[in-house]
Design a protein around this ligand. Structure first.
Ligand code: NI
Length: 227
């Protein structure tokens, strides 16, 4: 499942994050690459572990934590510290897969990457190209969102970023380990959750059917989720 979530950041939040990261140290994007990605990747990245990345990353984590749709869809267990990248002057990231395991250097913090997220930090009219292209069994999905919007997609997908031929594309990206490992199970839970919310608005939260479906949701979580 690919899911777009709008307005994860408001204008003030977006401005604040851009102020922080734009003043930070930008380095060759291959700092975080595995062997195979290194061959395909041409971009810049805010240096990992610098104060700016930590501060802006915290703001991103806070914003997603306050976005119920994100929580419902991702069911996050552990989130890798957000990273920031920038493409300009024809830079791109060719087709690749993301590593299944990610460890924060020098720490014990490790996640299995179930979901990949890209939070767009640049208005789409400010650059040419730069679409995130994700491939799945249904074909190719091209994503270019408003600044402040986010896309969530299975980290298991082959994907790329098209060349940015004019302007610059700045984005935040991160991976997360979900409480529910299986993409299909997580998607069913999300669809059930959405249906319950719709029904609950129509009938009220204490309606017998709403209660029964809510019980079912939590019992499925008990079967499928890790905490
Ligand atoms: Ni990737």
């Amino acid at each position: 499942m690919m899911l777009t979530i709008e307005n994860v950041l408001d204008q003030a939040g977006l401005r604040r994050i851009r102020e922080i990261i734009d003043a930070g140290p930008w380095v060759d994007g291959n700092e975080t690459s595995g062997h195979q990605s290194r061959l395909a990747k041409r971009n810049r990245q805010l240096r990992q572990h610098c104060d700016e990345a930590a501060e802006a990353g915290q703001l991103v984590l806070k914003a997603i934590g306050q976005t119920p749709e994100f929580i419902a869809a991702a069911l996050p267990l552990k989130v890798f510290p957000p990273l920031f990248n920038r493409y300009a002057g024809g830079e791109n990231f060719g087709n690749h897969v993301d590593s299944s395991m990610r460890q924060v250097k020098g720490t014990e913090f490790r996640i299995r990457s179930d979901l990949s997220c890209t939070l767009f930090l640049e208005p789409p009219e400010a650059y040419e190209g730069g679409e995130l292209v994700v491939q799945d069994l249904f074909g190719e999905h091209r994503v270019k969102l408003k600044a402040g919007d986010l896309v969530l997609y299975p980290a298991s997908s082959l994907h790329r970023v098209e060349p940015v031929t004019e302007g610059a594309r700045t984005a935040c990206f991160f991976w997360l380990q979900s409480m529910v490992r299986d993409n299909g199970q997580r998607e069913e839970l999300y669809r059930l959750d959405r249906s319950i919310r719709t029904l609950s608005e129509e009938r009220g939260g204490t309606d017998a059917v709403v209660m029964e479906l809510t019980n079912l949701y939590h019992n499925l979580m008990r079967r499928w989720a890790d905490a």
